[in-house]
Every structure is written in structure tokens, then in C-alpha cells.
Design a protein. Structure first.
Length: 90
């Protein structure tokens, strides 16, 4: 995965252990060579740990979990203020 977009798209699956060995090796190789993608990975991994720790102590509502998943996948929910996918700010 030499392309940053491909790597960033696969980060959640990588963190969730959903990639096969070949895909995992490609992501790791890219993260070794690309500081920007490594920082994105580091942020996602830390966020995932924080959310998991908080959820273990105080379960979050399903709606909030679904919203977090959409945001982690790069989606901005329609009911959220700010930019939506494919639009530019005014």
C-alpha cells in the first residue's frame, strides 16, 4: 500500500485485526515509510484505546457509538455542523 489514501482507509480494519497477513504487512511497511500516515495511525490507536477504556467503565449509548464509528471512518453525519463529505465550506 504505497498510497496514503489506501493506507488511511485501512487503518480501522488494521487496528481491529481484520486484515490478512499480506494486507497487514503492506500497512506496516507504509507506516514505516510515511510519517503523516504514522501520525494518523497513532492518533486512531490512541483514540480507540481511550474510547474502549471509557466504554468499559461507563457504557456509551448505541447512537453515540454509531456516530463515533462514522467519524472514525471519515464520514461527517448529516446532522453534524460543519463540512459534509464532498462539499466545501462557504
Amino acid at each position: 500500500m504505497s498510497d496514503c489514501n489506501e493506507t488511511l482507509t485501512e487503518l480501522q480494519r488494521f487496528l481491529d485485526g481484520e486484515l490478512d497477513e499480506d494486507e497487514r504487512a503492506h500497512v506496516l511497511a507504509h507506516l514505516d515509510d510515511c510519517l503523516e500516515c504514522f501520525h494518523a495511525f497513532d492518533f486512531q490507536a490512541e483514540l480507540k484505546q481511550i474510547v474502549a477504556a471509557k466504554a468499559a467503565n461507563d457504557p456509551m449509548p448505541e447512537e453515540l457509538l454509531a456516530r463515533l464509528q462514522r467519524v472514525c471512518n471519515g464520514e461527517v453525519p448529516d446532522d453534524e455542523p460543519g463540512e459534509t463529505a464532498g462539499t466545501t465550506p462557504d
